[in-house]
Design a protein around this ligand. Structure first.
Ligand SMILES: Nc1ncnc2c1ncn2[C@@H]1O[C@H](COP(=O)(O)OP(=O)(O)O)[C@@H](O)[C@H]1O
Ligand SMILES: [Mg+2]
Length: 223
């Protein structure tokens, strides 16, 4: 297992996928449906979620920052996650809430390991090192259910362009980078098929939302 199952009463759900795959849309849709059914739900996103983590997010996503050392980038993500878990996620899970987070460790692995070819090219040791360091930043807290919204990055970028949003520092990395990220996500989903649900992100949002809700409700009933 890469992420230990939480011993806390809450339920931790994440959305993953390339930029423009619909994570923000589906995070909000799932939260609203669950709230309508009486669940207490907290939504958040990474990197970010607290004032300190939002400042780290600014450094990570600012195109003006240019490139940084591979390990700097990884450690900034993990620092942001440490802050997020310690000041937001842990207490919500302790209180029995459903926490839905837009990105978590799988994004770090897909972008920083697969996208960047492991920093120095050794994917296996990069995965190991990040998973170990992630334990430090999370204390073992990780999602028990993850939806991977799989989408061709070309389509994701087109959606973002349509929304007239300026690409951030990582979105500006180009298509080959994002194709490696997508393949990385798919590999992670294969390796952890009991946790990661592969969802075809190219379908209409309401169809995806229905599938995601149904799987989440089944998961909640089984707990
Ligand atoms: N299933 C979908 N089909 C078509 N467009 C979508 C879909 N899901 C989201 N979008 C649109 O694509 C853009 C990116 O969606 P968003 O949820 O912000 O993606 P992400 O958070 O993964 O980057 C938004 O303009 C959104 O309205
Ligand atoms: Mg988003």
């Amino acid at each position: 297992m890469t992420q230990s199952t939480n011993q806390l009463p809450g339920t931790f759900v994440t959305f993953e996928g390339v930029d423009g795959s619909g994570k923000s849309v589906q995070t909000e849709a799932l939260a609203e449906s669950l709230r309508n059914q009486g669940y207490s739900v907290l939504t958040s996103r990474e990197p970010g979620g607290t004032p300190v983590a939002e400042q780290i997010r600014r450094i990570l996503l600012d195109p003006q920052m240019g490139s940084m050392a591979w390990s700097t980038e990884v450690l900034l993500y993990l620092a942001s996650r440490a802050e997020h878990v310690a000041s937001v996620l842990r207490s919500a899970l302790e209180q029995g809430e459903i926490v839905i987070c837009d990105r978590f460790l799988d994004s770090t692995l897909a972008y920083q390991v697969f996208g960047r070819d492991g920093g120095d090219g050794d994917l296996v040791s990069a995965l190991q090192a990040i998973r170990r360091a992630n334990e430090l930043s999370t204390g073992g807290i990780g999602p028990e259910l993850t939806f991977l919204l799989d989408l061709d990055p070309t389509e994701g970028l087109a959606r973002i362009r349509d929304a007239e949003r300026t690409p951030d520092r990582l979105e500006g990395e180009g298509l080959a980078f994002l194709q490696r990220v997508r393949a990385g996500f798919l590999q992670l989903a294969e390796e952890e098929s009991e946790r990661i649900v592969l969802v075809d992100g190219a379908r209409p949002p309401f169809e995806i939302a229905e599938e995601v809700l149904s799987i989440t409700l089944t998961h909640l009933r089984r707990k």
